[in-house]
Design a protein around this ligand. Structure first.
Ligand code: ATP
Ligand code: LTN
Length: 328
């Protein structure tokens, strides 16, 4: 069976290297292994208030990053979620299948709603829409970071429940979580994930950060008490995080990185780390600047939405039919 991959990154903040390592980089590799649908979940972004101008801008930027990082729009559909109405429609249908209890156990909701007064109802039902995103395309594999595992489990449960109740309609997808880099942690605190929502800008490296800033941020990154560059999440979480970043950007294995820096202190390690990151981001930043404001990008998104809608509408129709919604 050919594999079908689907995934997306929310346009809710500027893309950082956590999202690049945990998601985008993998998307690029998967093009060689099957059919791909890479979209921008803007309907998910608006579950928390967004500034309209920024949302519009970030959506373009993210699409440009998909292409700049190496996703080939000639081979794969790249599209905005809100351009394919079937997402919202199947999202509603999946809400009818989800139980209040299981939705209440979603840790991302608990984290994002903790201590807040006016949390939107959509933030709560968010995972049902995510299930719809995936099921519409019959995705067999969903590459995501570690934090999305629970949402994938729920998607599988909802698909199975629907199939058992109404007959086989959906493909039950497999999560794909890579080993190294599944969870890139903040440079200021190795106990919380590197996140674009963190108010401390030194905690993350943005894909658009200039070389000078990247060097500065890495030089300030927290380390652990002893001085060796050793990979051990138990006792050396901060350094282990930096080793993973080095490994991904240099293409060296974890063991190789340790060996490379044997007997050296943190100073040199951080310097080389900054250089491999700068070097890897440079061509991506250049390509990004070329396309972000181009009409070509509009054309790619329009074509992507058309291709996606063809597949999505068919699945939506089958789901409606299976449930007994009157089709004409
Ligand atoms: P927020 O931090 O605002 O909650 P997010 O970065 O988790 O957002 P997305 O931008 O939609 O959410 O993430 C896109 C993908 O990147 C997801 O698959 C997510 O798991 C992955 N990802 C995001 N941050 C990291 C990280 N620090 N380490 C590894 N993967 C990450
Ligand atoms: N929930 C994800 C973004 C997302 C997604 C999806 C990922 C929305 N729909 C479908 C994979 C497949 C997040 O917060 N990172």
């Amino acid at each position: 069976m050919t594999k079908r991959f689907l995934s997306g990154i929310k346009p809710s903040g500027d893309l950082n290297i956590g999202g690049y390592i945990g998601a985008l980089r993998q998307f690029v590799q998967l093009q060689e292994e099957g059919e791909c649908f890479f979209f921008i979940p803007d309907l998910h972004a608006i579950t928390v208030a967004q500034d309209p101008k920024e949302l519009r801008e970030r959506s373009r930027q993210l699409a440009a990053f998909y292409i700049a990082a190496g996703i080939d729009p000639e081979r794969n559909a790249i599209f905005m979620q809100s351009h394919v109405p079937a997402h919202a429609e199947l999202g509603w249908i999946m809400e009818t299948q989800a139980h209040f209890g299981e939705m209440s156990r979603m840790t991302q909701f608990k984290d994002k709603s903790a201590g807040k007064d006016n949390v939107s109802a959509a933030l709560f039902t968010y995972p049902a829409l995510m299930a719809a995103d995936i099921l519409l395309y019959g995705a067999t594999h969903v590459p995501v970071g570690d934090d999305q595992k629970q949402h994938l489990e729920l998607t599988r449960d909802l698909a199975t429940r629907f199939n058992n109740r109404y007959g086989k309609t959906f493909v039950v997808p497999e999560p794909m979580i890579q080993e190294v880099g599944a969870r890139v942690m903040g440079l200021d605190d190795p106990s919380s994930k590197m996140s674009k929502s963190n108010p401390n800008a030194s905690s993350y490296i943005l894909l658009l950060d200039e070389p000078k800033l990247i060097r500065k941020k890495f030089s300030r990154a927290v380390t652990d008490s002893d001085m060796s560059v050793r990979y051990d999440w138990e006792t050396k979480p901060a350094v282990s995080n930096l080793i993973e970043i080095f490994s991904v950007f240099s293409g060296m294995g974890i063991g190789e990185v340790e060996k490379h820096f044997e007997g050296q202190g943190y100073g040199n390690f951080k310097k080389e780390l900054a250089e491999v990151v700068v070097e890897k981001l440079d061509p991506i930043q250049q390509k990004y600047a070329e396309i972000v404001h181009s009409e070509e990008l509009d054309r790619i998104l329009r074509r992507g939405a058309e291709q996606a809608a063809q597949v999505a509408n068919e699945t939506l129709r089958s789901a409606k039919d299976a449930m007994g919604l009157l089709l004409l």
